[in-house]
Design a protein around this ligand. Structure first.
Ligand code: PGA
Length: 255
């Protein structure tokens, strides 16, 4: 059975005080139920947020990582550093990393490998741009990103892999994939995983949806059979909205 998983990607938002306050509210209001919850604040607030959520069930994640273990890589952060400050998860290959910072599938693959070696759980993001969807290339793009991001990795080593399907045209735009559109791609991802790593692997792999997930659409998206949770940007910055989305995951998956 896949456990629903809701993660908040705070992106480049918040300061120390607001991070601590948001984390505190989430810890206080976290609903009981069968759901995994993580927050991914900016690197510089990982420790602050980690201290606030320590006594709660909320897990800590980072938004990025570099694949080299240490050395002269000015401005980068290693897997050991993330572990050291209490991270369990790391987002890898977010579309903003791919499209603003030019990250390639090869670089993303190196990051996934280093996360796995360090026993960090990677949240590998995949998703097509609007022109690619309009040109009927969605599946091809997703397949290339999955194959490229997971090169050289075995089913056994990937048991903690999480995939986030985030159509680029739905991120921060207020435009969400319909539940059917999301399900269609999630099903495609699961069947690709099954072909590559086997049925058991595919059945157990958590696939989140991301892109303008809000309290008002979360339940219908997560009610889809292959949508196992959400990676939430904007709405994760408001405690009440994020709590409602977590509640929606519990409800959608207990029905
Ligand atoms: P959004 O971002 O919820 O603000 O669209 C999602 C994401 O980029 O992870």
């Amino acid at each position: 059975m896949r456990r629903p998983f809701v993660a908040g990607n705070w992106k480049m938002n918040m300061l120390a005080d607001s991070s601590a306050q948001l984390a505190g509210e989430l810890a206080d209001k976290l609903p009981e139920g069968n759901v995994e919850v993580a927050v991914c604040p900016p690197f510089v607030y990982l420790t602050t947020v980690g201290n606030v959520i320590k006594q709660s069930k909320i897990k800590l994640g980072a938004q990025n990582v570099y694949f080299e273990p240490k050395g002269a890589f000015t401005g980068e952060i290693s897997t050991a550093m993330l572990k050291d400050v209490g991270c369990e998860y790391v987002i890898i290959g977010h579309s903003e990393r791919r499209h603003i910072f030019g990250e390639s599938d090869e670089l993303i693959n190196a990051k996934v490998k280093s996360a796995i070696e360090a026993e960090l759980k990677p949240i590998l993001c995949v998703g097509e741009k609007l022109d690619q969807r309009d040109a009927g290339q969605t599946e091809k793009v997703i397949e290339t990103q999955l194959a490229g991001g997971l090169v050289g990795l075995s089913a056994d080593s990937l048991k903690n892999l999480v995939i986030a399907y985030e159509p680029v045209w739905a991120i921060g735009t207020g435009r969400t994939a319909t539940p059917d559109q999301a399900q269609e791609v999630h099903q495609f991802i699961r069947s690709w995983l099954s072909g590559k790593f086997g049925d058991d692997f595919a059945e157990n792999c958590v696939i989140q949806y991301g892109g303008s997930v809000k309290p008002g659409n979360a339940e219908s998206l997560m009610s889809q059979a292959d949508v196992d949770g959400a990676l939430v940007g904007g709405a994760s910055l408001k405690a009440d909205d994020f709590i409602k989305i977590i509640g929606a995951a519990i409800k959608a998956k207990s029905a």
